[in-house]
Design a protein around this ligand. Sequence first.
Ligand code: NDP
Length: 302
Amino acid sequence: MAESRSDTGTARIIDGKAFAAGIREKVARRVAHLKAEHDVTPGLAVVLVGGNPASQVYTRNKSKQTVEVGMESFKFDLPAETTQHELLGRVSELNEDSRINGILVQLPLPDQIKEHAVINPIDPAKDVHGFHVINTGLLATGQDALVPCTPLGCLMMLKDALGDLQGRKALVLGRSNIVGKPMAMLLIKESCTVTVAHSRTRDLPAEAREADILVAAVGRPRIVKGDWIKPGATVIDVGINRVPAEEGKTRLVGDVDFDEAVKVAGAVTPVPGGVGPMTIACLLHNTVTACGRQNGLDDRAD
Ligand code: NDP
């Protein structure tokens, strides 16, 4: 279990960095096995359109970690003025390329390109982001799917912290297609009793106080206060918010008021160093899983 105890409160601090390193090690072992036993090297293609600085950092990290676990990385930096038609052409080539097992088109995309117009043509078997409607439908019906990376990472941390999740009350704060909804589906599959809250929820603190598991994916700095948290609850903070800090600098905080949460929760993820590192690790995990399935090998995620 990757965690430490807080100095100031009672909560265990779940160490996402250490947890992610453990996942990458497992992925590297699976890659080595695929190479040695089946002569197959998983390949991940990352497509970036335009020079959004944050996206450039993300895609660089993804490519670097892909290589570190022994997979092949294919990186495509396309100009900001790329048309939707041109991007679809690239996706079509990647769908046909047998060296590539996973395709990731980095979001957000420039205004001239519609996200769904690009995600829908990706071969669902190569959709390692887990955003394709086929994967969404498989997840919603409880079947094997490529699951969106961030909620998958949250689920792994929850299972590690709590073991069996069955029967626990969970509140998912946020209903986005990439975090909130798939998170709720995963928790339903684990037989939790799930509430999904959003900006129109009437009494958010009251809903939160009922929850044994609280996953916050809102994008509002420290919206979840200590007195919203049920004593002993497990709190997973997905939010990444940049706020002003001293001397004109900025810093990252989550959606949970961490200093208050550690005094009440049973376990909590910090920001940074919690959910964030898990997302790329789960992308690599999805890519090796996709590669195994495409080659008819039961290289199932554990
Ligand atoms: P979205 O903006 O797509 O969704 C936010 C959700 O929060 C919506 O459902 C919205 O409700 C709800 N919400 C917004 N304000 C409130 C409020 N005041 N009270 C209650 N609910 C509210 O965000 P994402 O799901 O994409 O991301 C959420 C956060 O997670 C962001 O900070 C993002 O940066 C971070 N993130 C982190 C990742 C990681 O790797 N760690 C990966 C992905 C996201 P409504 O639907 O009613 O508008």
